[in-house]
Design a protein around this ligand. Structure first.
Ligand SMILES: [Ca+2]
Ligand SMILES: [Ca+2]
Ligand SMILES: [Ca+2]
Ligand SMILES: [Ca+2]
Length: 733
């Protein structure tokens, strides 16, 4: 494709800066220089580029429009007709180019004149189309014209393998497994869609993972065919290599090689293998759970030649939380898309979603922080998607730039059923940027993080009633909710006080939580009797999945207190306390407390938890099970301060290291936990010492303390009090 030569005008500003002598020895954690990102401004017709050359050079770039990187098979000649844009002829190291007269909502690829350019892939010096004197290629996409919005569409092919049996587990007398029912396959698809919605919203509708689903129709086997099993299990095809490229045009072909029958270029691929196993003890079929695996999209360039052009690829098994695996594993593909698009600096990257401080751990060798002010899992990824700027989203060299009608310019498409969410489904006004007259519709949407559930098997998922309307608005699909259910609120696009607590959305630090974020002073005695809490307002309330739970907090001179009242059968409740409100993976201030029902038999007593499958006594008094620090200066995940040894072998010289995880604070004996039970109602009252060194609480007036709170259910599912993994931060008064 040839760019519009006649419309292209160039203004160049050149900064002349000498090379600092120490540059070559710069430690890896020093800020990248220059500090301007590669693209510092975008409009529908203008872009500002910044780049640095290996040696002083005149300012000169090559520019082309297009949808595919030139390294995509078949695109090898993409650069042959590219426009050369020349700026100031005086050699310099640091360059700034302003491009004007560009076409709106259009991707431009560019390479910079840098004869001494060195690839970041020493084994692949020509990676991403290096062609001397030009550098590798990068991309930017101009914004859309008023009246429309634009975003990056990431085409993803998703293969669900519903009927696959691990033959090594099958007993000859096991009943023949039934094929997965269509409504169950739909359950998988909806989990994936819940993540697409989450990514769409948290990227401010700039990143659209457009998934197309495929199903493998035949029964397949894992393990060898067995003579002792009935004929049903015979003549099955072996299961596929889940990370191999699959052909939507020829699903049954497990050895498909490009050119595939389906010739579309996909940016991402996901394969979900619903591996069934026979549990001989429980005499039942079950779906094996797993973590996931992902290859980045660098396989577009190298790796198995028979697999090009290879999309990024993720795989996992069908017995786990499908929404979370999609969220976490596909995020690795997103990281690879942006990393391989040239966003690879500490201040210019899609953050790796294994949260840790930099250089804290030899197990985690990355040189940049991956932990910030957020909670676990989904909440960390929401943080990452929100911190990424529009300009960064539009530097992806993969996927394509797509537009949708956006009459009022609030970034939310008017009515576009291709997309996970639009104004029509939200019920907002497509002609007004602020339907409620005060807060922009996009800001309202972002009042929620759109996290579906805590991580649990897809068949045990427990939704807080606050999520239900979000999913229903977006998808038109219902989720089961009981009569009288209660939870957090959701963004109400036509009202000014979404949670109805009297604080308008625009002033409400937690506009979907109708609870005041404060820790007031009160005279509390932790004795299992909550009459001294009568005047303290709740900081959370939920009624769903057969339980009802109310949580309160308060303090006095000596302690931070929590009070929990819970009715209905449950296993345990968990407090994740971020005592300095700076993130669950930041600092040594994080504390986890678990209190739960006693086992019917052989309860291990305080400080220990009964086995997961133990039958619990719902009429017994709750017991303090655990109180541990989550110490993020620890050498390696997991960060709990249980005092366990950590071993590590240096991969370079095989030297072995051994550390003891520090025990920073006291233990469960330093937490007062008084409980009581009357009928179906259990009461838990907790006192954590403030400023004693026995707990991470070091609070005075004005100090913020974050809380995530979960109720583990007898079913195995888990109900979150707030949006799952988010931290509700309250101020000590
Ligand atoms: Ca709009
Ligand atoms: Ca609007
Ligand atoms: Ca409010
Ligand atoms: Ca913290």
């Amino acid at each position: 494709m040839i760019p519009p030569r006649s419309r292209l005008a160039v203004v160049t500003v050149v900064l002349t800066i000498g090379a600092p002598a120490a540059l070559a020895q710069r430690p890896a954690f020093a800020p990248q220089w220059p500090d301007a990102r590669a693209v510092s401004f975008l409009s529908p017709t203008t872009a500002v580029l910044n780049y640095r050359t290996a040696a002083p050079q005149p300012t000169k770039i090559q520019l082309r429009t297009g949808t595919l990187p030139a390294s995509t098979p078949g695109q090898e000649k993409a650069w042959s007709d590219a426009k050369v844009v020349e700026g100031d002829n005086r050699p310099t190291l640091v360059h700034c180019v302003t491009l004007t007269g560009l076409k709106p909502a259009t991707r431009y690829y560019y390479r910079v004149h840098d004869p001494d350019y060195k690839s970041n892939w020493p084994d692949h010096p020509e990676a991403w189309s290096v062609e001397k004197p030009w550098s590798r290629e990068y991309a930017l996409a101009t914004l859309a014209e008023p009246g429309s919005t634009s975003f990056v569409r990431i085409p993803v092919k998703v293969l669900i393998i519903p009927n696959v049996v691990n033959l090594s587990t099958v007993a000859p007398d096991a009943p023949q497994p039934a094929p997965m029912a269509p409504e169950e396959i739909e359950l998988y698809k909806n989990c994936v869609r819940q993540d697409l919605l989450f990514q769409w919203v948290n990227s401010r509708m700039r990143y659209w993972m457009d998934c197309e689903f495929f199903e493998e129709p035949e029964w397949q086997r894992l393990g060898d065919e067995r003579a002792d099993l009935p004929d049903f299990y015979k003549k099955w095809k072996p299961g596929r290599d889940l990370l191999r490229v699959f052909d939507p045009g020829d699903i049954g072909n497990h050895e498909a090689k490009p050119p595939l029958k389906d010739q579309r270029i996909w940016t991402g691929q996901v394969v979900i293998s619903c591996e069934r196993r026979w549990d001989k003890d429980k005499k039942r079929w079950f779906y094996q759970g797993s973590g996931g695996g992902t290859f980045g999209i660098d396989w577009m360039l190298w790796g198995d030649e028979t697999q090009r052009p290879a999309p990024g690829r993720s795989e996992w098994l069908g017995g786990s939380d499908q929404a979370w695996l999609m969220c976490h594993e596909f995020h690795h593909q997103t990281e690879s898309q942006y990393g391989l698009s040239g966003l690879e600096g500490e201040f210019d990257r899609m953050v790796f979603d294994h949260f840790a401080a930099k250089f804290r751990s030899p197990n985690d060798t990355w040189g940049s922080d991956t932990a910030f002010n957020h909670g676990e899992h989904w909440d960390g990824i929401a943080w990452e998607m929100r911190m990424f700027t529009d300009v960064q989203y539009f530097r992806n060299i993969f996927g394509e730039i797509v537009t949708a009608k956006d009459t009022d310019g609030d970034g939310i498409p008017d009515d576009d059923s291709r997309l996970p969410l639009d104004e029509k489904r939200l019920g907002s006004d497509a002609t007004k940027a602020a339907t409620d007259g005060v807060t922009s519709d996009m800001d309202k949407v972002l009042m929620a993080k759109w996290v579906p559930t805590t991580n649990s098997d897809l068949r045990d998922k427990v939704y807080n009633p606050g999520y239900v309307p979000l999913w229903q608005l977006a998808s038109g699909k219902k989720l089961p909710v009981e009569a009288g259910a209660a939870g957090y609120a959701w963004p109400k696009l036509r009202e000014t006080d979404s949670d109805g607590d009297g604080v308008p959305d625009k002033d409400d630090p937690y506009p979907i939580y109708p609870w005041e974020p404060k820790i007031g002073e009160a005279q509390i005695k932790a004795d299992g009797d909550l009459s001294d809490w009568a005047d303290v307002k709740p900081i959370g309330h939920v009624k769903a999945a057969g339980v009802e739970c109310t949580v309160k907090t308060a303090h006095d001179d000596k302690n931070l207190y929590y009070a929990v009242e819970i009715t209905g059968p449950y296993r345990s409740v968990m407090f994740n306390i971020d005592a300095d409100a700076d993130g669950w993976y930041v600092g040594n201030d994080n504390y986890q407390i678990v209190v739960g029902q006693p086992a019917k038999e052989n309860d291990p007593e305080a400080g220990k938890s009964p086995p997961r499958d133990a039958e619990l006594d719902q009429s017994g008094k709750p017991v303090l099970r655990q109180a541990v620090g989550h110490i993020c200066s620890n050498r390696g995940w997991p960060y709990f301060d249980e005092g366990a040894p950590v071993k590590w072998t240096d991969p370079k010289n095989k030297r072995e290291y051994e550390w003891q995880r520090p025990k920073m604070f006291g233990d469960y004996k330093d937490i007062v936990c008084a409980t009581s039970v009357s009928g179906d109602k259990k009461v838990i009252e907790i006192a954590m010492p403030n400023g004693s060194g026995k707990s991470p609480i070091q609070a005075g007036p004005g100090h913020p303390i974050g809380l995530a709170f979960y109720i583990r259910l007898v079913s195995g599912g888990q109900l979150a009090l707030y949006e799952p993994y988010t931290l509700f931060t309250m101020k000590w008064e």
